[in-house]
Design a protein. Sequence first.
Length: 273
Amino acid sequence: MSLGIVFKGPEGIVLAADSRVTLMAQVPGGPVLPATFDNTTKLLRVSGQDYVGIVTYGLGAIGQQNPRTPHSYIPEFEASIKKKRLKVGQVANELGKFFMGMWVDQKMPTPEQWVGQPDLVFLLGGYDEGEAYGRVYEVDIPSRPNPKEWHTSDFGPVWGGQQEFVGRLIHGYDPQLIPFVQKTLGLTAEQTDLLSKALSQMQVKIPYQFLPLQDCINLSTLLVRTTMEMQSFYVGLRGVGGHIDVAAITKTGGFQPIKEKEVAKLFNPRDAR
């Protein structure tokens, strides 16, 4: 399931993700067991698009017989788009079309058949040429391949995946609390809205518009690491693990890796330190 974060700050965009992917393995004559791999690349970059970064979470692979990770498709995606610098929204739009095409090619279930299952989700962050602040978009395959923009007029993080501990830390309650209370107490839509507004007062008071880039990096890393540590104690799907990859994108410097696996330097030799 994993955990991915894109943080739009006033000084730049931060991207953070864990490295674990979980495949469900059928034991002959036995139960379905999770098989985890801890060196997957979920923080993605696209050649020629030096002011855009991508994190992925949710469904870990496309394909039922021969599953492949999103990272393995990036060379094909790079070949499908123009090499000139695109706007962040344009990259998001092309990414949605490309992976929806791969979804169909791999004979995955239709969106209607996939309802209730985890999407393959991409969060994109970056800078448009000449713009003062970054942009953040979300693409969901197969349910919503058309990009949705986040934080159009403000700053803050967007996250997804196994987010229960992030929600409790930042919002003050589990993301499942509101639907749980609504169902248990039979609340109307109006009552549920009132509950949501009341619970918003529990949120940690963080001045996102004030945070320096380093603080955005530290907070994003903390949220991923805390989730990994908490999952090491509980009984359930431990879907967040492995190395924490972090990158930052600024208006002047473009995409810069902050923390990455050693193998990443083979793909991006110019970043080798």
